[in-house]
Design a protein around this ligand. Structure first.
Ligand code: AMP
Length: 295
């Protein structure tokens, strides 16, 4: 595996590969890698000649500075996992390679700041207003900002993202379409621990006691999937609302059943061709998300 920290050197290397007609797959990550990330690399390896993984903890997508500071950073272990996965190229830039001082200082205003669009008008409509967007103001602008920059650097044929971050996928697909980027976005399934917990870099911040509780999140989602055909949506929402007692260490931030395309809340399954149930919970300072496609 070749490791690049410099944008310029990576670009030159990838230009050479493209000139030799190699197809490039790309999986952007924030590191603290687990088998969920590795599954993206494996799927990319099957579909492309070469796979680039990036590790960059993107400051502009964190609305909470404590979360950013506490975000796990485990580069040595990440390198081992990537080597085992036969990843071809790792791009691990420092912040100044990606952002100017001005862009970082503008961060406070980045909800409205769309300078990363290179002059093209971009509008996510309601996609970035609901669920994660409503609870983490500016988060998706930061995500789209960094992914658009990374896409311009790597210029992949295909980019691989996890269904785990369902709303993020919708945002990226919308961004690529609006910016007319010739990149195919591939959705990869959620990889779970044996007890059903969706793998996440944040899981390692859980205490032993919290770790024992969190498999209930996916159990609840799977239960909703089992019963949704025989229960109206308001009853399904009640099931979730009543599931965790007030004194539970798990606090549900939101549970939504949304149309898979628009991400708008569904009140009746008859009105949507496909639906996904999404949940966000908080355990002290650790925030976890999960989802299950209902149909
Ligand atoms: P992150 O490092 O959390 O920004 O995630 C990088 C990529 O890995 C995103 O496309 C995520 O959706 C994906 N990912 C994270 N966790 C999982 C998982 N458990 N299963 C599949 N993909 C995942």
């Amino acid at each position: 595996m070749i490791i690049f920290n410099s944008v310029e050197k990576l670009k030159n290397h990838l230009d050479n590969l493209r000139n030799n007609h190699k197809t490039i797959g790309f999986a952007p990550t924030m590191g603290a890698l687990h088998q969920g990330h590795i599954s993206l690399i494996s799927i990319a390896k099957e579909q492309c000649d070469l796979v680039v993984c990036s590790i960059f903890v993107n400051p502009t997508q964190f609305d909470d500075s404590v979360d950013l500071k506490k975000y796990p950073r485990t580069l040595e272990a990440d390198l081992e996992l990537l080597k085992v996965a036969n990843c071809d190229i790792l791009f691990a830039p420092e912040i100044p390679e990606i952002y100017s001082e001005k862009e970082l200082n503008d961060k406070k205003n980045h909800i409205e700041d769309k300078t990363w669009t290179c002059g093209k008008t971009i509008d996510f409509g309601l996609l970035d207003k609901v669920m994660e967007g409503a609870h983490r103001p500016g988060h998706f602008n930061g995500v789209a900002q960094v992914v658009s920059k990374l896409f311009r650097i790597v210029n992949p044929n295909k980019a691989f993202f996890g269904q785990k971050d369902y709303q993020q996928l919708s945002i990226i697909k919308s961004m690529v379409k609006q910016l007319e980027m010739p990149i195919e976005i591939i959705t990869c399934p959620i990889i779970r621990e044996a007890d059903g917990l969706a793998m996440s870099s944040r899981n390692r911040r859980l205490t032993e006691e919290e770790r024992k509780e969190v498999p209930s999140i996916s159990k609840l989602l799977f239960f909703i999937k089992e019963i949704y055909q025989t229960h109206p949506i308001n009853q399904l929402k009640e099931v979730v609302a009543n599931y965790y007692a007030k004194e539970s260490m798990i606090h549900v931030e939101y549970f939504e059943i949304v149309d898979s395309e628009t991400l708008l809340s569904i009140t009746d399954f008859k009105n949507s061709k496909s639906a996904v149930a999404c949940i966000a919970v908080k355990l002290n300072s650790v925030r976890l998300i999960d989802n299950v496609i209902l149909y």
